[in-house]
Design a protein around this ligand. Sequence first.
Ligand code: UD1
Length: 422
Amino acid sequence: MAKYEICGGTPLSGTVTISGAKNAAVAILPAALLVSGKCRIENVPDISDVRVLLDILSGMGAEIAWEPGNVVLIDCTGVTCTRPDPELVRQMRASYYLMGALLGRFGRAHVALPGGCNFASRPIDQHIKGFLALGAEVEETDDYVDLEPGPEGLKGGRVSLDVVSVGATVNIMLAAVLLPGQTVIENAAKEPHIVDLANFLNTMGASVSGAGTDTVKIRGVQSLRGGSYAIIPDQIEAGTYLAAATATGGNVLVRNVIPKHLECITTKLREMGVRIINYDDAVRVQSTGRLRCTTVKTRPYPGFPTDMQAQICVCMSLAAGISRLTESVYETRFFGYCAELESMGADILISGKTATVTGREKLHGATVHAHDLRAGAALVIAGLAAEGVTTVEDVHYIERGYENIIDKLTSLGAKIRRIEEP
Ligand code: UD1
């Protein structure tokens, strides 16, 4: 088990370069199953979720090679397996994209239910609803999902999602790309990584339109061909460094970002009193003194991301006045980190979907546990801002999604080290 030891109190300063988007990578790599030929995928983040996914694909017969500079070459032409290794599948959440990709490629799949960050109950009924609309027969047990063609075979269909779901939108897109006819997904998620997946698929010869709006249309094509594609920068990693600079009173240039994707985050940070300067592919955040309280409600994109809830909560914990933070996507998310933050001196009162955060002048170091990826990132931010030494345990959660976090923070002046425990 590894942990981070942080000696807090230093304002972050300098330049940090953001990696490729985790949530795009974990959709695009399984999408390579649909491609006949070799894909060259650039800007792939070297994080444990991606490593596990590549191990799963490799175990299924994909030929995979890393090239220097975060490039993955992947050729799934020879894959015949429709039953990915359940042990590996259970190690991550986004392994559920194998269901859509295998259904699309082979018309059948036998995939274990995913594991990953369990900060809430994470149903997949909308994914299943989509597969059924495409003509699949679905059998779900406590451990597995079995998909095969129904009596009339698989073909394009119309699905109206009951909740805006990133995962269901991606899975239905993957399943539909090679099916005859047109598929329409209504009430689709609009996150940047949905658009990135559509751009990847279209680069390889698919016909996907409307990604980034609430109606995605997929006209089935006979095959996809290999090609090159670069993954977008990670919105949430960028937001995390912006929040870390904000909480520590720093001055940081966050490079290799799409500022438009960050507006939902930078708008709130600006309200809290920091100066935000947007460039073509970078955003600078500069402290201007004590933070001000604010109100945030998480929503699907283009709203404030639930994946930034914990990080902004740390900023609120240090702001003058009383902030309100309402979670509307995953209601139980507060329980992953608020008690840990309180042990560092934060004052947070949770009532239903809303946390009332009374800002303190300072937080103090403590030993805290990461319970999931973003909660863990927030505790690192809290440790960087706090007085004294903070130890964050169970950092394997953090390393699911943050490439080189220790090196990146150290280059910004943070005093943080990773300790591997036997
Ligand atoms: C994705 C992100 C995750 C982020 C979340 C919300 C990836 C790999 N993960 O997760 O980091 O926190 O979006 O932005 O991209 N729901 C249902 N039934 C379903 C599916 C979802 O009720 O079949 C509900 C969920 O419980 C949740 C909401 O819909 O309340 C949104 O979930 P969804 O967008 O599907 O999240 P994920 O795709 O799992």
